[in-house]
Every structure is written in C-alpha cells, then in structure tokens.
Design a protein around this ligand. Structure first.
Ligand code: PMP
Length: 323
C-alpha cells in the first residue's frame, strides 16, 4: 500500500521540473533523512507570470530579482546553487510551455532543498519547480486579525531569507486567527510594531501618503513592494518605508497586502477597524494590474516573455516589456 501524504489544497498539475528536467508531478520524491526535513533547510520563491491583455504573450515578472533572492537565501544558509540564471529561466519556460492554458495565469514555486550533507558538510541541494494555474478574477477584500505569534528577529532566524523555517510561525499565526474567523494574520515584530502578514507585506495609506515597514522591521525583502513603489511614484503619491505601530495601522485610512501572489489585495478590516475601499490603494492596485498585463510600462519593472499564445518559447531577450 502506498503511504503518500496528499497536498490537499494545491492543484495536481501533470508536470514539475526537477533540476531542469520535466518529471511527472506525483513522482517527485524526497528522502526522510534529507536535511531539508530534519533541519528545515529549504528556501523558495513564489513567482508569477501573466498573459498580456491580448492573450498573445505570457511574461513573468522580475525573474532576475527572484533568482537573486533565491541565491541570497541559499547563500545565507550555506546551500550551494548549481544552476545559472539562464538555466533557471529556461526551466520556467519549459514548465510554462507544458502547463499554461489560455485565460489563466500561472504562479511558480521554485524550491531549493538540501538532499545530501550533514551540518553544513558536503551539502547538495535539488531545485524543484512547481507551477499552478491562477484565475484572473479580483479577490474579495480581506479581514485580518493581529496574531499573538511574533515574527522572528534577524538574530533568531534570518528574516530576509525566504526559508520554509520562517513559515512555521506564520502557519501558527494563520491557524490562530482563522479560528477567530479572520482570513489572515498581521504579525508584529519583537518590538511590537507591524512586521507583515503570513505571506505578504503590509501597506497603509493615510492623509495621501502610502507607508510600509522597511525590511529591518522583520519583514521579507519584497519584490512586489519595490514594484508598487515605482507605480506610486509614477502616480505622484509619496511612498514611505518606515516603522508602523499597531495603533497607526488600526487608525489608517486604508490597508492592503502586497506580494507576488497577493498582488495588492485590499483589506477591509483589522481587528474591528475598517478601511476605505476606493482610495489610493485601490488606484495603485489597478495600475499594478495594468503593468502586469502589458498595458503600462514603467522603468525598472521588467516582464520577461516566456511563451507565446501557441505556448511556443519566446527567444531569450525578445520583447522584454520594460527594461
Ligand atoms: N512576506 C512574506 C512572509 C511572504 O511570503 C511574501 C511572499 N513572497 C512577501 C512578504 C512578499 O514578497 P514578494 O513581494 O517578493 O512576493
């Protein structure tokens, strides 16, 4: 009898990519003795690709930034990287060519986990990329609660690293607030100021300015926040990176969650405080989606085409929407 744990919430696509090769999704294996399991040595990324509004080109947002962050996470955990940026990008294109369907976007999860080695000696890691379809509809505004669990500090568990270990606390936080009827949790840092949500950063808007905590407040170095900063500046809206206290969050005019998969999702409530739904953050979200669909181009935000409407690979470097 097979004893395989099921991943009940995720789709089961036909293919995954293991160290650059297509492998049937359900055949991907890891040994129980791997340090990925005993010492939580796994780092990963969440990436997203978009069809342009004509449905002719599928392009991935900021892939170089994701590759660089994956390498940085790996390096801080002394995990060797065995693939170049070009190989990484080619792998995403291969997987997209197999899994893409018209009318649905795709998000990717490259996971680098330690399969061999012991306490930092002779470490070998495998890169597995999985990808899942995503509908284009607008998400409902979210209701959040502040959790009693705190985001780790950098001297306990590196917070800039996108590591599986960091999500143990986030998972506890989410379970806690879901029991109270909320959709997701806001995590405070060690000093009691706003850090982030369980899988996205926190943005507030107040008196015509947008603010978000800097990474030194124990949040992930978010690529989406950087893109949103470019969009906000293009709209002429001041964008501040500064510490945010809990009561400031509760008293803000607007609140939103920013992340590659969340994009910019509006928040309707945090612990009973409610927020405006058609202000600056709604405008920012609209512009962000126009950018992702190729209807707007801004310097410093790149969308790299992977496949065309017939799911054929687009040659490297061709038609990058913005450089
Ligand atoms: N914080 C956490 C804990 C996250 O998981 C994510 C999603 N990767 C983010 C912030 C947002 O980061 P990014 O914009 O790079 O997706």
């Amino acid at each position: 009898m097979a004893h395989t744990a099921s991943i009940s919430q995720l789709q089961t696509p036909p293919w995954a990519l293991v160290n650059g090769d297509l492998v049937p999704y359900t055949d991907v294996r890891i040994h129980v003795g791997a340090e990925a399991l005993t010492r939580a040595l796994s780092v990963f990324e969440g990436m997203k690709g978009y069809w342009d509004s004509a449905g002719e080109v599928f392009a991935i947002r900021s892939p170089r930034r994701h590759y660089d962050r994956l390498c940085r996470s790996a390096s801080l955990f002394h995990i060797p990287i065995r693939f170049s940026y070009d190989e990484f990008l080619a792998g995403l294109a291969t997987l997209a060519g197999e899994l893409l369907v018209p009318e649905k976007d795709l998000w990717f999860r490259p996971t680098l986990f330690v399969t061999q080695g012991h306490w930092g000696e002779a470490t070998v890691a495998d890169l597995v990329v999985t990808a899942f379809s995503q509908q284009k509809h607008d998400p409902d505004p979210m209701r959040l609660g502040v959790t009693t669990w705190r985001r780790a500090t950098d001297v306990v568990l590196p917070t800039r690293v996108k590591s599986s270990a960091n999500y143990v606390g986030a998972r506890l936080a989410r379970i806690e607030v879901r029991r109270l009827g909320y959709d997701d949790a806001i995590m405070l840092n060690d000093a009691g100021r706003v850090a982030e949500a369980t899988g996205a950063c926190v943005l507030i808007a107040q008196r015509g300015r947008i603010a978000t905590p800097p990474t030194s407040e124990s949040c992930l170095d978010s690529i989406t926040v950087d893109v949103l900063e470019v969009v906000a500046k293009d709209l002429g809206v001041p964008f501040d990176r500064r510490p945010i206290e809990r009561t400031e969050l509760l008293a803000a005019d607007e609140c939103g969650l920013a992340g590659t998969i969340s994009e910019l999702t509006l928040v309707s409530e945090v612990d009973g405080a409610s927020y405006e739904q058609s202000g600056l953050l709604a405008q920012l979200r609209q512009r962000y989606l126009e950018l992702m669909r190729g209807d707007l181009a801004l310097p410093g935000v790149d969308l790299v085409p992977l496949v065309d409407g017939s799911r054929q690979p687009v040659p490297a470097g061709a038609g990058v929407r913005v450089g």
